[in-house]
Each structure stands twice: as structure tokens, then as C-alpha cells.
Design a protein around this ligand. Sequence first.
Ligand SMILES: [Zn+2]
Ligand SMILES: [Zn+2]
Length: 142
Amino acid sequence: MEHIARCFCGQVSLVAQGDPALQCYCHCTSCRKWSGQPVTACILWPEDRVHFVLGKELLRRFSITDHHEGGKFSCVACGGAVCTFLPGARMFDIFAGVLEAFDFQPTKHLNYAERVIRLPDGLPKYRDMPEHSGGSGVLIAE
Ligand SMILES: [Zn+2]
Ligand SMILES: [Zn+2]
């Protein structure tokens, strides 16, 4: 199964293969500031299952931490978000909004302590991240 993601103008596209490793909401300030949205719908795929098929030369990488390969990728033509690369986890995070015809099924909320919007949907709300992802694993109220 291949999932296609395209930027706003369509000049950049990538393919993610198979099932994602994680589907979640992220409330962190970094995701919010970059997307301009109060919460982001994040879908993580291992690095080796994501391939740029069009417009790779139009990608602009921005990393606020100056990391040499991690950061947020957008299209220089339209300014639209494309994906984030997480170098520690070797994962691409592709926002649900740029994937085409993808059935988003989130399982948890990350960084809920940084929220600016409440989403009382019954899913677990991590204060930061689960322990296996380097977080405290602490759950907080909706
Ligand atoms: Zn574009
Ligand atoms: Zn985030």
C-alpha cells in the first residue's frame, strides 16, 4: 500500500509505503508555530519507507536547532508544509493534511501540556511523550 502526499501547489510529492509506525495528534509549540494550526495530525513513517517522487529540488529545510539533517521541509514554490524529519527516531512525520485520501486514525495525543485547544475524545493524553519515545510517559486529564 502506497500513500501519496503533495504540497499545496502539487509540485512536491512523496510516497510513504505500508502502514505508518504511529498516528497521533501533536500539541507542541514547534508543530503549532510551523503549521499555524492549534494542533497537528502527525503520521510517522520509518525513513526507508518514504520516497520523494517529484520536486525534491523545491524542498526547503528549516531547523530551529541547527541540526544538520533534521527539521521541517516545505515547498519553496507555495510555502506549504511537506514533512518533518526526526533524526533521532529516523522517522518522517507527514501531517495528515498533505496526505491524499488517507484514513487518519490517531491513537494518542502528544505534548498535551502545551495545548491551546482541548480535544476530549477519550484518547490518552501524554503530558509530553511516551517513555519509549524519551518522554515522561505521564498521562494528564483531557
Ligand atoms: Zn508547493
Ligand atoms: Zn509537535
